[in-house]
Design a protein around this ligand. Structure first.
Ligand code: PEP
Ligand code: MG
Length: 753
C-alpha cells in the first residue's frame, strides 16, 4: 500500500513539475507503462473546441504516428464509452467488446487486455487513460491504482492543460471564477511579483563592492520613500491603522540588523541581491521558528518586505511604477495591501486565483467600486503580465486576450453602464419609495473605510451595520477603550441624527485576530462572535463602554449582537450592557439612556426562536451571508462550493419570511444587513416580505433605490408568493431577473442594459 501511495505521489509530482501539458502527458504514459507493467498506455483528452470529442494526445508502447490522429466522440469505441458513462472498463479481451474499434496501424492488436478510466474534474470528463497488455488481466489493485491516479491527475491535468492553452497567447480565452465585486473593466494585466522570487536569486561574487553597496542603499531608500508615500495615499481610502503597516515596513528599512547584516554580506564580496536574500531568509527563519503564532506570522512580513527591495534591485528603479492606465491587478492570492501598489487612478480591476466574494480584498474592491473576479481555478498567472484582459465582476469571469468581438461587446456594455451610473446619481436626493408610496430606509454597511463621505453623499439614512472587527483585525493587539471610543465617536458624529448600528466584535470563523489565535477543526461552527466575547467579558465590556461613552450627547447609537443562537446569549449580553450603562452613569453623574439593542439573526436556531428573541431586543437584523452558509451547509469562502451558495435559495427565503412573521407578532422591527440586501433581485424579494430597512455596501445603494422606485409594493408581495412556491434558486432569480428586464433594468445585475 505504501508503495502505491509513493508511486502515485511520484507521478503526480513529475506531472506538476513538467513545463507544459505535452511533456506532462508523455511522462504519465511512460510512468504508467512502467509502474503497471503494461505494454501500452494511451491518454485521450477532450478537444478544446468540442468537449464531446476525445483526441489521442499521448501514447507509449504504440506507434507514435497515431498521436493527434485518433478521435472518439462520446459513446464511440471503448474510449468514447468510458467517457460517456464516466466509469472504468476492465476487459480481458477488448476486441470482443461490442464497442471495440480498432485503431489501424497502432500496434494495439497485440494487446487485447485493456483497463481504461475516465479523468473527471468538476463533473466534466477531461479525458480517458487506458493501459493495455498482451497477457495477464489487470487485477482489482491495479484498477484501484489507475482510478486513484486519474482522480489526482484531474487537477494537475486541468491546470497543465489550461496553462498549455496559453502557449499561443493571441487566442481569446474565457476563465471563470467567483463574482468578487460588481462592474466591468477592460485593461492590461499587471502580475504581482512578476516572477521575481527570493529563492530564485542566484549566488554571485562581486569585485565592485562599492557599486553593490550603493545600489543596495538606493533600492532600500526608494522602497522606504515609496512606503511612506503609499501610507499617505492610502490614508484617503483606508483607516489610519492599515496605513501604519506601511510605516512599520519603512521603519524596518531605516536601520537595524536587516540592513547591517546585508552590508556585511556585500562587504564579504557577494553581490547585493544574494546578500539581501540571505539576510531576509535568516531573519524570516528565526521568526517562523517562534512558538508564538503572532511572531511566527511576522516571517511573512519580512519576506514581503524582502521581495519589495529585491524587485528594485533586480529590475532597476522605476520598473514597478510603470503602471498601465487601466491596470488589472492579477495574482495567485491578491491581498488588500497589494492594492496599495497601484495608483488609485490606474486600478481598473482585480483577478485573483484564490479567494472569494467575502475575502477582505473583494470587500475593499466593492467599497472602491472596482470589479473583482476571485477564485479562478487554473489561472495562468505567470503568463498574464502585460496581456489584455476583460474583467466581468458581475458574473465572475474574465477574457484573456479578448478578440475584437469581445472587446466591441464590452465597450458597448461600458458605455451603457456609464449611462446607468449617470441616471443613478440623479437619484441620490430622491425619496426611496415604491410606486404605490411604500417608504423604504436604505442604510450603509461600514467598518472598512475611514471616510464616511461617500456614504453620506449616496443619500444613506444611517449606518445599518458597522463591522467593528475590522479596526481590531488591522492592529497587532486589542485596541484600547480610548482608541475604540475615537473610532465610534467619529462614525456616530458623522451620522449625527441618523441611526448608527455598531455590531459588537464578530471575530472567529474566517475573521482571525493575529494576536488572539484560535485553532479549531471547524472554525465556522466554533468559537465565533458573541460566543467569544461572552467568554471574555473584559473584551466585551471595554467595547460596550467605548460605544456608550461615544454616544453621550449624540444618542444615535444602536448595538447589534452577532451570532446569537439562543436566548441565554442574549440574557448574558444584556446583563453586561446594563452593567456598563450603570457604571458610566455613575462615573459621569448623568443619566445615560440605554441604546437600542438588536440581535443578528444569522444562525438557523435563532430563526426558530425568533419570538422569544424579539421579546428581549428592540430590533433584529438578518445576516443573510451567514444564514445562507449555515442553512445550506455551504462554506461562504470556499470556491469549490461557490455555485451552491445562494441567498435566493428557497430555504433561505422561507427562513427570512419566518423571521419576518415571528417578529411581527411582537412588532419588532426587522432589517437585513447581509449581501442580499444590496442585490437588486434580493431587494425585490425582501420588500415583498414586508422588510423596509436594508443595509448594504455604499456602491449598491443607488442601484437598490432604482429598483425600489420602479416597482409597486403590491406587485413585489405578489412576486414573493410565487417565489416561495418555486423549487430552486435558479428559477427564483430567473423570475425576478425577467421582471427587472421588463422594466428595462437588466443593466443593474449584469453587463449591458
Ligand atoms: C452576515 O452574516 O450576513 C453579516 C452581515 O455579517 P458578516 O458578513 O460580517 O459575517
Ligand atoms: Mg455574519
Amino acid at each position: 500500500m505504501a508503495s502505491m501511495i509513493h508511486r502515485l505521489q511520484r507521478i503526480v509530482q513529475e506531472v506538476n513539475r513538467a513545463p507544459g501539458i505535452d511533456g506532462a502527458l508523455v511522462l504519465i504514459t511512460k510512468s504508467l507503462t512502467r509502474d503497471l507493467a503494461a505494454d501500452a498506455c494511451t491518454i485521450f483528452l477532450a478537444s478544446k473546441d468540442n468537449p464531446e470529442v476525445m483526441i489521442l494526445k499521448a501514447c507509449s508502447g504504440l506507434n507514435p504516428d497515431i498521436i493527434g490522429r485518433v478521435e472518439r466522440s462520446m459513446g464511440q469505441g471503448l474510449i468514447g464509452t468510458i467517457a460517456a458513462r464516466a466509469e472504468a472498463l476492465n476487459l480481458t479481451n477488448a476486441p470482443e467488446h461490442k464497442k471495440f474499434l480498432l485503431v489501424p496501424d497502432s500496434g494495439e492488436v497485440d494487446f487485447p487486455i485493456m483497463l481504461g478510466v475516465p479523468i473527471i474534474a468538476h463533473r466534466h470528463v477531461l479525458g480517458v487513460i487506458s493501459v493495455q497488455r498482451a497477457e495477464n488481466a489487470f487485477n482489482e489493485d491495479e484498477e484501484a491504482f489507475l482510478t486513484t491516479l486519474a482522480v489526482q491527475l484531474a487537477t494537475s491535468i486541468e491546470r497543465a492543460e489550461s496553462q498549455g492553452r496559453f502557449s499561443t497567447p493571441q487566442q481569446t480565452h474565457l476563465v471563470k471564477g467567483v463574482a468578487g465585486a460588481p462592474g466591468m473593466a477592460i485593461g492590461v494585466a499587471m502580475v504581482l511579483n512578476r516572477g521575481v522570487k527570493l529563492e530564485s536569486v542566484p549566488d554571485k561574487k562581486t569585485t565592485d563592492i562599492d557599486a553593490e553597496l550603493s545600489s543596495f542603499q538606493e533600492a532600500v531608500s526608494t522602497v522606504c520613500s515609496e512606503l511612506i508615500e503609499q501610507a499617505e495615499k492610502m490614508r484617503v481610502a483606508l483607516p489610519e491603522e492599515e496605513c501604519a503597516l506601511f510605516l512599520a515596513y519603512a521603519q524596518m528599512l531605516s536601520g537595524g540588523s536587516l540592513i547591517d547584516d546585508t552590508v556585511k554580506n556585500i562587504a564579504a564580496g557577494n553581490w547585493a541581491p544574494s546578500s539581501w536574500r540571505d539576510t531576509v531568509e535568516q531573519h524570516a527563519h528565526v521568526f517562523s521558528q517562534m512558538e508564538d503564532p503572532y511572531l511566527a506570522e511576522r516571517a511573512n512580513d519580512i519576506r514581503d518586505l524582502g521581495l519589495r527591495v529585491l524587485r528594485k534591485l533586480m529590475l532597476g528603479q522605476g520598473a514597478f511604477l510603470d503602471f498601465p492606465d487601466q491596470t488589472i491587478l492579477v495574482g495567485d492570492d491578491v491581498t488588500a495591501t497589494d492594492l496599495a501598489d497601484v495608483p488609485t487612478d490606474c486600478l481598473s480591476g482585480i483577478i485573483s486565483a484564490h479567494g472569494s466574494s467575502s475575502s477582505h480584498v473583494a470587500i475593499l474592491a466593492h467599497a472602491l467600486g472596482i470589479p473583482a473576479v476571485m477564485g479562478v481555478p487554473n489561472l495562468p498567472v505567470k503568463q498574464l503580465d502585460g496581456v489584455k484582459l476583460v474583467v466581468d465582476g458581475y458574473n465572475g469571469s474574465a477574457f484573456i486576450n479578448p478578440d475584437k468581438l469581445v472587446l466591441d461587446e464590452y465597450n458597448q456594455y461600458l458605455k451603457e453602464e456609464a449611462a446607468i451610473e449617470q441616471d443613478l446619481i440623479g437619484l441620490k436626493n430622491e425619496p426611496t419609495i415604491t410606486t404605490d408610496k411604500h417608504p423604504v430606509s436604505l442604510m450603509v454597511n461600514s467598518g472598512l473605510m475611514s471616510g464616511h463621505t461617500p456614504s453620506l453623499r449616496s443619500g444613506a439614512e444611517g449606518v445599518g451595520l458597522y463591522r467593528t472587527e475590522i479596526p481590531f483585525q488591522i492592529r497587532d493587539r486589542f485596541p484600547s477603550e480610548e482608541e475604540q471610543f475615537q473610532i465610534y465617536r467619529n462614525v456616530l458624529e458623522t451620522f449625527k441624527g441618523m441611526p448608527v448600528v455598531l455590531r459588537t466584535l464578530d471575530v472567529g470563523g474566517d475573521k482571525p485576530l493575529s494576536y488572539f489565535p484560535i485553532h479549531e477543526a471547524n472554525p465556522f461552527l466554533g468559537w465565533r462572535g458573541v460566543r467569544i466575547t461572552l467568554d471574555h467579558p473584559e473584551i466585551f465590556v471595554t467595547q460596550v463602554r467605548a460605544m456608550i461613552r461615544a454616544n453621550r450627547g449624540l444618542n444615535n447609537l444602536e448595538i447589534l449582537l452577532p451570532m446569537i443562537s439562543g436566548k441565554a446569549e442574549l440574557d448574558d449580553s444584556l446583563i453586561l450592557i446594563n452593567r456598563v450603562r450603570d457604571e458610566i452613569e455613575e462615573e459621569y453623574g448623568e443619566q445615560i439612556r440605554l441604546p437600542k439593542i438588536g440581535a443578528m439573526i444569522e444562525v438557523p436556531s435563532a430563526v426558530y426562536q425568533i419570538e422569544h428573541i424579539c421579546e428581549l431586543v428592540d430590533f433584529v437584523s438578518i445576516g443573510t451571508n451567514d444564514l445562507t452558509q449555515y442553512l445550506l451547509a455551504v462554506d461562504r469562502n470556499n470556491e469549490n462550493v461557490a455555485e451552491l451558495y445562494s441567498s435566493m435559495h428557497p430555504a433561505v427565503l422561507k427562513a427570512i419570511y419566518q423571521i419576518v412573521e415571528g417578529a411581527a407578532k411582537n412588532e419588532t422591527p426587522v432589517s437585513v444587513c447581509g449581501e442580499l440586501a444590496g442585490d437588486p433581485l434580493g431587494v425585490m424579494a425582501l420588500l415583498g416580505m414586508g422588510i423596509d430597512n436594508l443595509s448594504m455596501s455604499v456602491g449598491s445603494l443607488l442601484r437598490a433605490k432604482k429598483v425600489i422606485i420602479s416597482f409597486s409594493h403590491a406587485e413585489l408581495i405578489e412576486m414573493l408568493q410565487r417565489a416561495l412556491e418555486m423549487p430552486d434558486a435558479f428559477l427564483i432569480r430567473e423570475m425576478y431577473a425577467c421582471k427587472l428586464d421588463e422594466r428595462g433594468l437588466g443593466g443593474l445585475i449584469r453587463a449591458g442594459k
